[in-house]
Write a protein of this length. Structure first.
Length: 522
């Protein structure tokens, strides 16, 4: 099947009017269940969401927002996030989802780099915009904020108003994400409307969603994963979404999974590990039928805990802010331990050497996506040099380079090996950190870990393991020796960590990724 015949991308696509309003008219049902910090649970139908977002879009248009404008949207896990996102999309403007943990410096950078014309946030975040307030033409906040229009009041004032949804063509800019990169300033990743349409594919083939499902994806609202698994993917399939505003508590996660009758649970591997260790085996989750993970490699130890505790095989997927899910474990396919999955339907991926040639079976190289592909970004915003450097050409075509290393076996399954700059070269041996991390997590004392390189005069680099211990273990020299021997017994001797460092917590970016560059300096 050709790419075009698989995707069937429409020439014109406005997500708010073509998906949400369509569902509200044709098959109105539960769209969202929200649990607030005070414990209040509020359900929303598709007609509720459609009505509120249409009113807000009319208000934004009256205030001066136009097609193509870029709009900061900064909310916690609350229904106001979806409603604001839809209102912006309805006008053909470009939302910039942002997590609340951003500092004033982070906010100012995004506003200026993107040339944002408006911001929609909550009153408690308004102070973060102080430096750039005068640069924003439109400012909307939940709750009273001096000089800002009030979100709820605007919806009330324009509840009887109507504006025509914008005509948004497939190649029109539709959403802008900022990556968290381990070094340098964040990159603006600009996606087209075709991507909002195409992201339904992973909701179908990986999340395995239908109109009968209630999915809980715990990603923060500023992550691209939230877009595909809290908004665009589920609602394209007519599924309902659960959102919880509270902080992470693994025991509470298990309670909510049971009480809310969640059928599909999507979380990062670190969260799945902690939830499994919080009493999964003693919990009853009769409604939960699928558990999936993305954003970081899924270690076999995590899979084993869910298999033992809930008789569920977590299904992994791989994607980036630039592409979203392009490698996945399809529904009704048993996951292969240690493998991310195979190429997603409609996507052709391969493993390439530095010169662009194809790697042999099981050879480590860089994951690459054949373009054009509707899931692929338009560009790194206003950075044509960086954009062009992300592509390589060979006899098959033009490939987008992910920066991630993997190998592909004879069956087409990809095994993750780390970032391009994470590979450790020790005494001439190339070692992927993920392989060693997977073994370390099997050790009963280790809760979390990361493996990085440390310069060494004799070996060039040595393997350094940075570990977080479980609460009933204490750091000691004997524990270091035990950990080292544990790895030696499980893999080739040259892969054991010659240095072990204990930390109370791993340093992470705002989006939860381990900061390996920081760990290298410890």
């Amino acid at each position: 099947m050709s790419e075009d015949s698989f995707w069937k991308i429409p020439e014109v696509f406005n997500f708010q009017s073509d998906v949400v309003e369509c569902l509200a008219r044709e098959a109105d049902k539960l769209a969202l269940v929200h649990k607030a910090l005070d414990g209040t649970i509020t359900p929303y139908t598709f007609s509720d969401v459609a009505r509120k977002s249409a009113a807000l879009s009319a208000a934004l248009q009256a205030l001066g927002v136009r097609k193509g404008h870029r709009i900061i949207v900064m909310f916690p896990r609350r229904p106001e996030w979806q409603i604001a996102m839809l209102a912006v999309l309805r006008l053909g403007a470009v939302p910039i989802p942002c997590i609340e943990m951003l500092t004033a410096k982070d906010v100012a950078y995004r506003v200026r780099h993107a040339g944002a014309t408006a911001a929609i946030t909550s009153a408690k975040n308004v102070a973060k915009f102080a430096e750039v307030t005068n640069e924003l033409r439109v400012k909307v906040a939940i709750g009273p904020a001096y000089g800002w229009d009030e979100y709820e009041q605007l919806i009330d004032d324009y509840s009887n108003s109507s504006v025509e949804p914008a005509v948004v063509r497939a190649e029109d800019p539709a959403i802008l994400y900022y990556t968290s990169g381990s070094t340098g300033l964040p990159k603006g990743v600009l996606h087209a409307s075709r991507a909002l349409y195409a992201w339904r594919s992973s909701a179908k083939h990986w999340l395995d969603l239908s109109r009968d499902d209630l999915i809980w994806c715990t990603a923060d609202t500023g992550w691209s994963k939230a877009g595909t698994s809290i908004l665009f993917g589920p609602w394209s399939m007519g599924s309902a979404v659960f959102m919880y505003e509270g902080a992470f508590d693994p025991v509470e996660r298990l309670t909510l999974l049971r009480e809310q009758k969640i059928t599909v649970y999507c979380a990062a591997a670190t969260e799945l590990l902690q939830v499994a260790d919080a009493g999964l085996a003693e919990s009853s989750l009769p409604d939960l039928r699928r558990v999936v993970s993305a954003g970081e490699a899924l270690n076999p130890a995590v899979v084993a805990r869910w298999q033992d505790g809930a008789c569920i095989d977590p299904a992994e997927a791989y994607g980036q802010t630039e592409t979203l899910m392009t490698i996945l474990t399809p529904a009704k396919t048993k996951p292969r331990s240690g493998f991310m999955g195979s190429s997603a339907p409609g996507c052709e991926l391969s493993v390439l050497r530095e010169d662009g040639s194809f790697c042999d079976t099981d050879e480590i190289g860089q994951i690459a996506l054949l373009s054009p592909n509707p899931q692929l970004m338009i560009e790194y915003l206003d950075d044509p040099v960086r954009t062009e450097k992300s592509f390589v050409e060979n006899e098959k075509g033009r490939w987008f380079l992910s920066g991630d290393l993997a190998s592909q076996n004879v069956d087409g399954y990809f095994e993750y090996c780390g970032r391009n700059d994470d590979i450790i070269n020790t005494s001439g041996y190339r070692v992927g950190p993920f392989e060693v991390e997977s073994i370390l997590l099997e050790h009963p004392a280790i809760a979390e870990c990361a493996v990085v390189a440390e310069p060494d005069l004799n070996r060039g680099e040595i393997i350094k393991a940075v570990v977080v211990l479980r609460h009933d273990f204490d750091a000691s020299e004997s524990l270091v020796n035990d950990i080292q021997h544990f790895v030696k017994k499980a893999t080739a001797p040259y892969k054991y960590p010659r240095k072990v460092v204990f930390l109370e917590a791993l340093p992470k970016t705002l989006t939860g990724k381990i900061q390996r560059n920081v760990l290298r300096q410890i």
